[in-house]
Design a protein around this ligand. Structure first.
Ligand SMILES: [Mg+2]
Length: 376
């Protein structure tokens, strides 16, 4: 019988992760992203690190975690399911389940980091074990103009990425020109398009018909996140596979998408699902329905990318061309290991826990950027 490792408190640090270059998508441009570094301290002297996404303001995420912190202090780190369930059902989270999942995911991620460190095992071995040696990631094309996108796409193809991913929903003429030019630049590689909910049902059907000649691997979330029926209507009217992204957060959403046969694949992150364990439950529902899942990336650091990588290693129904985001950052907060894909692939992270060493100077700089108001 081993002694419990108990939580003594949370250390919460708002960070602003600045992008290397302006990030263009569906009519919007972002320059970076706010997250909260969640460090869970224990009476065993082991600290776990996780990352919660913060969208507009990290203060909301910090306040929400502080509100539930008393539920965690003194509790065993291994009681992951109970702790997250109790926090999710506490007062203020009751009516905002999406917010709860995004907030709690960083805490849950840190618990797995502690459990792994205590056991001397990488997180993927705690979640069922690896079913593959490496995870395949897509080359994420960056730029504004067609020329910039083509140059970046050429570089990604030369770096060996098998799946290339391009944002659309940026105006019909630009979408057609960018897709045609990127298709030419990447040869026979798989090309995915993501309009991020930008299209109405008739616009989606019309645009996907126009883009179909460019041999599209899938179109991601063509229509509003609020309607599964809208996505199914598009899927039934086009000959290009459809992936659900923003319409799917929770295991219940996965069930709904699968039951309505509204998508050919599901794009999901542990932040959306509410943690690594919840991601696994969601993926299992999709697997039972014969639908593959793809790792999704919000504006996150290599810490989340590494945590998700463990899910990629141990999720049976995973697609190729998963998403990482740390490569878009001016500087990552992860010092080791090197998370740069080789031919689009990253091998197993040995751990223990999530298996990353943070660059504390980079963390301090990101915290300073947040404090100086970079996110506003
Ligand atoms: Mg997407």
């Amino acid at each position: 019988m081993t002694a419990d490792v108990r939580i003594t408190g949370l250390r919460l640090t708002p960070l602003f992760l600045a992008f290397k270059q302006p990030y263009h998508w569906a009519g919007r441009v972002d320059h970076g992203s706010a997250v909260v570094l969640v460090e869970v301290e224990t009476d065993a002297g082991i600290t776990g690190t996780g990352e919660s996404t913060a969208s507009l303001a990290a203060e909301g995420t910090v306040a929400a975690l502080r509100a539930v912190e008393p539920l965690f202090v003194g509790q065993p780190v291994h009681d992951v399911t109970r702790l997250c369930h109790e926090a999710r059902h506490l007062g203020s989270f009751n009516h905002t389940p999406w917010h709860a999942d995004f907030v709690l995911a960083g805490f849950e991620m840190a618990l797995w980091d502690i459990i792994g460190k205590a056991a001397g095992q990488p997180v993927h071995r705690l979640l069922g074990g690896a079913v593959r040696d490496e995870v395949d990631y897509f080359g994420f094309v960056q730029g504004d103009t067609t020329e910039e996108l083509v140059e970046d796409a050429r570089g990604l193809a030369a770096a060996g990425y098998g799946v290339i991913y391009l944002k659309v929903g940026r105006g019909d003429a630009a979408d057609v020109a960018n897709t045609a030019a990127v298709r030419e630049a990447i040869g026979g590689r798989r090309l995915r398009l993501d309009p991020n909910c930008a299209w109405s049902v008739p616009d989606a059907i019309r645009m996907i018909h126009r883009l179909e000649p460019f041999d599209i691997d899938w179109v991601e979330q063509p229509t509003t996140l609020l309607s599964v029926s809208a996505m199914r209507q598009v899927r039934e009217a086009v000959n290009v596979p459809i992936a659900a992204d923003q319409a799917v957060f929770t295991p219940a959403d996965v069930y709904d998408i699968c039951r309505q046969r509204a998508a050919d694949a599901i794009v999901l992150s542990p932040h959306e699902a509410g943690g690594l364990l919840a991601f696994g439950r969601a993926a299992a529902i999709a697997e039972a329905a014969g639908v593959p899942v793809c790792l999704h990336g919000q504006g996150v650091s290599g810490l989340t990318d590494a945590a998700q990588h463990h899910l990629g290693l141990c999720t049976a129904n995973l697609t190729e061309g998963n998403q990482i985001m740390h490569q878009l950052l001016r500087e990552d907060i992860v010092a080791t290991p090197d998370l740069t894909p080789v031919d689009g692939k990253i091998g197993a992270i040995a751990g223990p826990g999530i298996g990353v060493e943070l660059d504390r100077d980079a963390v301090a700089r990101a915290a300073e950027r947040y404090a100086k108001g970079a996110a506003s």
